[in-house]
Design a protein around this ligand. Sequence first.
Ligand SMILES: C[S@@+](CC[C@H](N)C(=O)[O-])C[C@H]1O[C@@H](n2cnc3c(N)ncnc32)[C@H](O)[C@@H]1O
Length: 211
Amino acid sequence: MRDVQKQLQAFWDLRFGVPEYVYGTEPNQFLMQQAHHLARGGRVLCLADGEGRNGVWLARQGFKVQSVDISAQGIEKTQMLARQCGVELDTLVADVTTLDMGSTQWDGIVSIFLHLPAKARAELHRRVVRALKPGGVFVWEAYAPNQLALKTGGPRDAALLPGLDEVAIDFDSSTLQHAWTGLRPVQEGSLHTGIGAVTQLLVKKAAQPGA
Ligand SMILES: C[S@@+](CC[C@H](N)C(=O)[O-])C[C@H]1O[C@@H](n2cnc3c(N)ncnc32)[C@H](O)[C@@H]1O
């Protein structure tokens, strides 16, 4: 692991190294709203899944889930939550910016509150599209630039807070089923609490490549 990855891992291990689930154990609201777009019982990859609230919830809905995070502490808590809920999911400690997600592998890919620098984000999204099966969906939510004016969570660095236009260009516009930015109440653990400025995308890969 490179030094920068080690630093990132140390930061998130420290954050997750407490008994509390700092983003809660309930799933993200936008993911819950969009989950009906995922092929029933399909394979879902949860990128930067943190302490596992989203991956475990998807496993409870009958999906075959792989949960990936750079934090070993987060992955440990994910496995603990899965045991408590009586479900199984695959877990992996890895940096998603270098993760091999394969090609046409996944019915769904989920990225909730993963804040990457623009270049790394665009490159990841290019690989997400390749990794989805035809008809597969990508569910993405993150804080928006005006979250900086709020004190309800998210990074304090404007470079990590993309606006809707900045992130929408990562995808072919014909594949965007939902693209929205605005304020919503976020009650997701002690670190995401209150009105938040978010950006949301639902991307659906064409059912026939090239169609
Ligand atoms: C704000 S938390 C969100 C966690 C989870 N998605 C949720 O909604 O509860 C951001 C997560 O991104 C993970 N993360 C940040 N950069 C990463 C990277 N390059 N590779 C893998 N995970 C990363 C962190 O470890 C952390 O779990």
